[in-house]
Structures are given as C-alpha cells and as structure tokens.
Design a protein around this ligand. Structure first.
Ligand SMILES: [Zn+2]
Length: 155
C-alpha cells in the first residue's frame, strides 16, 4: 500500500495519530526519492529490525502472513550471522525522534538496499540516534496513542 512520505499516520485506524509520520510506504506506481543512504544507516536499520528483546522492540502492528516486496514480489528473508533468519513484511517499524515517531514498513530496509530509496534526512538521523540498549516498546506506544486518540468527525 502506498502512503506519501511524511503523512500523518492513520493506517488501519479510524483516526489520526498526529505525532506519527509515515516513511517508506512505497509501491511500483509512485516515484520515490533515490540516492545513497550509506552503509552505516543500512546496517543500523537492520540491527533495529533484528533487535527484539523484552526491553527493546520497535516493531508494531505485527500481522499474520508476510507482505512481499512491492517491486520484486519476493518475500524478503535474510540469514543472519547467528544462523537465525530475519523476515521482513509482517510488521511496522516505529522509530522515535525527540518529540515524535516515524512509522515504516520493515521492508523499508530492502527498499533502501535494492532500489536506492532515500528516506528523509530526519528519518536517517532518527535511525542513527536509536539506542539499542534503551527500554522502549513501540507496540505499547501505539496502543497508548490509540487509547487517547479522538475519532475523526464525519461531515
Ligand atoms: Zn524487492
């Protein structure tokens, strides 16, 4: 599903989350910014995706089933050095900034690596600033935001 970068988040919910902006919801029918994001950024993105512990987890909205890449149609699986596999496309990645959040499909790292997608510099900075040792749970943040959100008023 395509969502314009920088949109206010309202994916699958009947209200907006004003503190959350979308990034990386690409598809083949829409042009996107391309460029070189840098190996350190790509590596950090993978590490955030692959770090899921009781204290640190930036995955939100895990679904059953795997969403294949919108460009190559493949299910993206990466074999890790520890022998485990990382599968993309079944959850969102929520990345905090000092006062807000970015919400991306986990496939964003594949889009950056394979299709030279270049997300905004503010997203790149937010990813680089993530502390993998911090205590943070994106799903809890999402649920707390939804609990206090006001429904959109219909005309
Ligand atoms: Zn692909």
């Amino acid at each position: 599903m395509f969502i314009e970068d920088g949109s206010v988040y309202r994916y699958g919910i009947p209200f907006e989350l004003p503190l959350v902006r979308t990034v990386g919801w690409l598809d083949r029918d829409h042009v996107f910014t391309q460029g070189i994001a840098g190996a350190k950024f790509v590596d950090k993105l993978w590490r955030i995706i692959e770090t899921r512990t009781d204290s640190f987890d930036l995955h939100a909205n895990v679904v059953r089933g795997i969403h294949a890449c919108n460009f190559c149609g493949e299910e993206i699986v990466r074999k890790r050095s520890d022998g485990k596999r990382t599968i993309l496309g079944y959850s969102e990645l929520w990345v905090p900034t000092t006062e807000s959040w970015f919400a991306a499909p986990t496939l964003i790292v594949h889009y950056v690596e394979k299709y030279s997608y270049l997300p905004s510099s503010s997203f790149v900075a937010a990813v680089m600033d993530v502390d993998l040792e911090s205590t943070i749970n994106a799903q809890s943040v999402f649920e707390a935001m939804c609990a206090s959100a006001r429904p959109i008023e219909l005309p």
